[in-house]
Design a protein around this ligand. Structure first.
Ligand code: SF4
Length: 610
C-alpha cells in the first residue's frame, strides 16, 4: 500500500510527540511519539509502506491526516483529538492557534460579542480597506509564534475584503494554515479564488435557523441594509461548499437556542447541505454578555443570556453522543468560562491581547511596536496554555463524566517494531534440554544458523555482605576468546515463562578490572564456565543459545520477544523440559548441596579440564 500526507497537513514536534493540523477538517490532533513518528515517516509524495503498518495508516487516513492507495474513506470524529496513548491531557510549548483581527468593523451587533473592546473607535479610525502597516504588524506578531493555525477574524473580514486579502497573503507567506472566521454577512465572492488557492478553511457563525439567531445576532444597519444574519450565513455556507471550500459552522449556545428543537433542527440542516464540521461554543461571561448578565441580575424577572450549566451540558452531551455514534458530523465543543485567558488575540494593530482571567476585559500583553520576539514569548506565560490545548483538542470533562482520558484516545494500531525494541532490556526464557542432539537438529532444520561453540568464563562480583545478589542485581565480567565484557544487570521482573531486566554491557580492554572493582569494595564471589553455541535466524530478532554448564548439563535460553520465542518453542518443544527461573549458579549450588558438599565450599562451576 502507498501512503502520503493529506494536502496542507502541518506537523509540529512536541515533548509528548507532536501536534498535527488537518486543514480540510480544521482539526488539530495531538499524537504520541509513536503515532507522530509514523506521520513524520511519510511526506507529500506517495511512499510504499510495510504491510504490517497498513492498519495504522488506514486509521490515520480515516481522520484525514494522510491518504492511502488503495483509498481509505474519511469518517467523522467527535472524540478528544488525542492519537495513540495519553495518560493525561498533554500540555503544549507554543500556541496552536492565533486569532488575527483583519478589521475592527463588523456588520452585526451580537448580544454576546466579546470582541467589542477591540472594535472601538480607537481601532477603527485609521483603517483603510487594503494593505497597511498595521496589518503587516498583525502578520508579524502572528509570525513570532510557531502556531499551526492563524485565524483571520475581526470584526468581520468580509466587511473589509481588501484587508482580508492582504492578511491572508501575509500569513500564507509565513507558512501558517489559515482559517477565515466570519458571520457570513457580506460578499464572499471576491475572496473565493484566494481562499481556494491557499486552502483556507471557512468558519461561518450560525446559532439557529429560527428567529432566535437574528434576535441574538442582529444586523447593524450602518453596514448592511438587506437580509438577516441567518440568511447571509446560510448563503455564505452554501457558496463555499459549491466552490469546494471546506466549511465549519460555529454556533454560540445561549438561552436563545439551548433547546433541543433549535439545535437538532440546525444539525439536520447542516447535514442536509453537506456541512461536515460543527463547533459549539458555550457562551461565556465576557464582553457584551457580561453586561447583559449584569443587567439581568438586577431585573425582578431575570432574563439571562448565559444558559443554565446543567441544562446546556445535558443537551450538548446528548447531541455529541449521537454524532459519536452516527458519525455524520465532526463536533467540537468549547466551554472556556473557567479559562477565559486561553485564547490568543492579535488586534488590528498587531498587539497581543487575551481575555483577562482576574481582570475584566482584554489584557494587552505585547505592543507590536516593540517588535521583540523574545518579549512576545515571555507573554505566552500569561496565557492559560493548558486551557488553550483543552479548547483546541476537544476535551470537556463533562462530556465524559465517568471516563479516564486513556479510554477516550483514538487508537492507532501500530505493531511493535523490532528495530525499536529496547536494547538495554534483556528478556529471556530458559529451559532445561532433554535431548541436545535433537534440539540442535530441529533448530538447523528450522533455518537457524549455529555459531562455533565458545567457552565463556563469567566472574561475578559482590560486596562482603552480598548486597548485589540480595537485591537481584549482578556485576559480571565475561571472558570469551580473549575479549572481556563488563555487564551490570538490574533486578528481574517475570512474565509466565520469561524474565526481563535492564542489562548494560560494554567491552573493556583493561585486565585490571579485578583490582579496580576491589577498590570499590567489590570482590569475586562466583565463577561460572559454560560452553555456548549461539543460533540466529534471518527472519527473527530473537537469539537462541544452547549452554552446557559443568556437571548439571544443557540448557537453552531464548533472548527476545515472547511472540518469536513461541515460534522457536513450536519446533524444539519435544527436546526440552520445563522453564527454569533459577540462575545457573543457584542450580549448580543446589546440585552440589544435594551431593553433600557444604555451601561454603562452592564458589564456582568449572569444567574439570580447565
Ligand atoms: S459577528 Fe463576531 S465580532 Fe461581530 S458582533 Fe458578532 S460576535 Fe462580535
Amino acid at each position: 500500500m502507498q501512503v502520503r500526507l493529506s494536502p496542507g497537513v502541518k506537523l509540529r514536534p512536541e515533548k509528548f510527540g507532536g501536534t498535527c493540523y488537518v486543514p480540510h477538517r480544521d482539526d488539530i490532533f495531538a499524537a504520541d511519539h509513536e503515532v507522530f513518528t509514523l506521520l513524520c515517516d511519510i511526506g507529500s509524495t506517495w511512499t510504499e509502506i510495510a504491510t504490517s503498518l497498513e492498519s495504522a495508516y488506514r486509521s490515520l487516513a480515516a481522520l484525514g491526516l494522510c491518504e492511502t492507495d488503495p483509498r481509505t474513506d474519511e469518517v467523522s470524529y467527535s472524540g478528544p483529538s488525542l492519537l495513540g496513548r495519553f495518560q493525561e491531557f498533554p500540555s503544549i510549548e507554543e500556541p496552536l492557534v492565533v486569532n488575527c483581527f483583519s478589521t475592527a468593523h463588523c456588520p452585526l451587533k451580537c448580544r454576546y460579542c466579546h470582541a467589542d473592546d477591540l472594535m472601538k473607535e480607537d481601532f477603527r479610525k485609521n483603517e483603510v480597506d487594503g494593505p497597511s502597516a498595521d496589518l503587516a504588524n498583525v502578520a508579524a506578531t502572528a509570525g513570532m509564534f510557531s502556531s499551526l493555525v492563524a485565524v483571520v477574524t475581526g470584526g468581520d473580514p468580509l466587511t473589509r475584503p481588501g484587508r482580508a486579502q492582504f492578511l491572508i497573503k501575509e500569513l500564507a507567506a509565513k507558512r501558517k494554515a489559515i482559517v477565515l472566521d466570519t458571520s457570513g454577512v457580506g460578499d464572499i465572492e471576491a475572496l473565493l479564488p484566494l481562499l481556494r488557492e491557499n486552502r483556507v478553511h471557512v468558519r461561518v457563525s450560525l446559532d439557529a435557523l429560527s428567529g432566535a439567531n437574528d434576535e441574538v445576532r442582529p444586523i447593524n444597519p450602518r453596514y448592511v441594509t438587506k437580509g438577516t444574519s441567518s440568511e447571509w450565513a446560510k448563503r455564505t455556507i452554501v457558496r463555499c461548499l459549491e466552490n469546494v471550500i471546506p466549511v465549519t459552522v460555529q454556533t454560540v449556545v445561549t438561552t436563545k437556542n439551548d433547546q433541543k428543537d433549535e439545535l437538532f433542527q440546525l444539525r439536520d440542516w447542516l447535514i442536509g447541505v453537506g456541512v461536515k464540521h460543527w463547533v459549539l461554543h458555550v457562551a461565556v461571561e465576557a464582553g457584551k454578555a457580561r453586561e447583559f448578565e449584569k443587567r439581568a441580575r438586577n431585573q425582578s424577572r431575570q432574563r439571562h443570556l448565559l444558559s443554565d450549566e446543567k441544562t446546556v451540558q445535558g443537551l450538548l452531551r446528548r447531541l455529541h453522543a449521537e454524532e459519536v455514534q452516527k458519525k455524520r458530523l465532526d463536533i467540537r465543543i468549547t466551554d472556556t468560562n473557567s479559562r477565559p485567558n486561553s485564547v490568543i488575540l492579535i488586534d488590528s494593530y498587531g498587539n497581543l491581547q487575551t481575555e483577562g482571567f482576574a481582570h475584566i476585559g482584554k489584557v494587552q500583553l505585547f505592543d507590536a511596536k516593540s517588535a521583540r520576539p523574545d518579549l512576545i514569548r515571555d507573554n505566552w506565560a500569561h496565557i492559560d496554555r493548558f486551557g488553550h490545548a483543552v479548547r483546541y483538542l476537544n476535551w470537556n470533562r463533562w462530556l465524559y463524566p465517568d471516563d479516564s482520558i486513556e479510554d477516550q484516545c483514538y487508537a492507532v494500531p501500530i505493531p511493535v517494531r523490532a528495530s525499536e525494541e529496547s536494547k538495554v532490556i534483556e528478556k529471556e526464557a530458559k529451559y532445561r534440554v532433554i535431548d541436545i542432539a535433537g534440539l540442535r537438529a530441529a533448530l538447523v532444520k528450522g533455518g537457524w544458523i549455529a555459531s562455533a561453540e565458545v567457552l565463556q568464563t563469567d566472574e561475578y562480583f559482590d560486596t562482603n555482605n552480598r548486597y548485589i545478589e540480595a537485591h537481584d542485581l549482578a556485576i559480571r565480567v565475561r571472558s570469551e576468546d580473549g575479549q572481556i565484557k563488563f555487564a551490570f544487570k538490574g533486578p528481574r521482573t517475570y512474565e509466565e515463562t520469561s524474565s526481563s531486566r535492564v542489562e548494560i554491557e560494554l567491552s573493556i580492554s583493561s585486565q585490571d578490572y579485578r583490582s579496580e572493582l576491589n577498590d570499590r569494595g567489590l570482590s569475586l564471589t562466583w565463577v561460572l564456565e559454560k560452553r555456548r553455541t549461539t543460533y540466529r535466524h534471518p527472519n527473527y530478532k530473537l537469539v537462541a543459545v544452547a549452554d552446557e554448564v559443568p556437571e548439571i548439563g544443557w540448557f537453552v535460553e531464548l533472548e527476545g520477544s515472547g511472540e518469536e520465542a513461541k515460534a522457536v518453542l513450536a519446533i524444539v518443544g519435544e527436546y526440552i523440559g520445563g522453564s527454569e527461573r533459577s540462575h545457573y549458579a543457584d542450580l549448580y549450588r543446589a546440585f552440589k548441596e544435594a551431593e553433600g558438599l557444604p555451601l561454603s565450599q562452592i564458589n564456582g562451576a568449572r569444567f574439570s579440564h580447565s
